[in-house]
Design a protein around this ligand. Sequence first.
Ligand SMILES: Nc1ncnc2c1ncn2[C@@H]1O[C@H](COP(=O)(O)OP(=O)(O)OP(=O)(O)O)[C@@H](O)[C@H]1O
Ligand SMILES: [Mg+2]
Length: 391
Amino acid sequence: MSETPSVVVVGAPSKSMRQAEVSLGKTVSFSFLDEDVLVAAHRRGVPQSALVVVVLGNPPKENLGGVRELASLGAHVVVVGPEKDADLILAAMRAGAEEYLVEGADDEIRQSVAELALRNTGRALGRVTCVYPAKGGVGATAIASNLAGALHRSGDERVCLIDLDLHFGDVLSFLDLNGGYSISDVIANIRRLDRELLDSSLTHHASGIFVIAQSEKIEQAEAIGSQDITTLLTFLRQHFDHVVVDGLRGLDDTTVAALDECNRVLLVLTQDVPAVRNAQRCISIFERLDYPTEKISLVVNRFQRNSKISTDVIRDTTGMPVEVLVANDFAALIKSINRGVLLADESPKSRLTKSIDGIVPLVRGVPEVAARRRGFFGGLLGRKAAVDGAQ
Ligand SMILES: Nc1ncnc2c1ncn2[C@@H]1O[C@H](COP(=O)(O)OP(=O)(O)OP(=O)(O)O)[C@@H](O)[C@H]1O
Ligand SMILES: [Mg+2]
């Protein structure tokens, strides 16, 4: 099967699948075929794609014959149905569907289709982590850049740090790098970029992480839209184990596109009233955007144990527990920034370095999964690991 993950769509017309094609078209190849043609190809032992999407028409159950046949011929089949109906979902699963998606749930359809097509092509999608500041200056860039380094060090994984502040991003200055290959360069060349070309084009920091920014090529920033950000992140997830996103601000289109696409949002705040209030607002907006609560983690930066705004106050005000405490150490941080290195190289033993290392399991999803299996105490222990580093 070719390197590019491929999807064949059969069955009824579907707006959601057309939308998925528009969003993913540069990174996943789509074709829309007649069901009989596809079944015949599978019978000849010539699968046409990594994933088959069967869109149910009306009445929906009548279309399940095709699902059964394709699944029995070895195809990986996803069903898109008109509604969340328990009987229909069960019937689709019994027919051999690997997943049942609902027409109209465009974000979910896009993510599942990309993920399954990629998995069947023998690759796994990396995880996208957005570091989102509750207000300016709370330390998002400091956390994003050092977290990217921590992820790379902890498992020798491929990590890309991307600065989505297209005009005034400061990831490059934190890491003392020149602009090089920009966000708009990647977007313009996505179809041509295989792993080797990507690696040789992107800026590589001495710490081992790859970095992409736009701020040194501001003149092309205006042309970058929210759709480009979705495409870019889907593409990067195919080539990196982790993508860490900095430079998010407010709720403009590109920021929301990144938030939609990510696996986890680290909502960063400090112990002051404006930051806590804004964090509270952000959480209620995330709720309205339908993000599951497990996707959001509250991170207190520059933690002061004796502050009146304790973690309990923050939890009571925002309605969410604080999951990570990051130590306050201006001297260590400013030294590392001035040298263009990460904290792990400047002050490997500092509390600040250790507290950022403590975010790694959270981003990998380890405590999340373990907490579900181990119940209440498992959850507490997982959380404690992330909090301990700062104390
Ligand atoms: N844990 C910390 N301990 C001490 N100082 C910190 C810490 N985190 C950040 N700072 C300092 O706070 C300032 C702002 O940090 P940073 O630039 O990372 O914030 P930001 O949220 O990215 O800001 P902006 O809104 O400008 O993008 C910097 O001077 C940085 O050195
Ligand atoms: Mg910043």
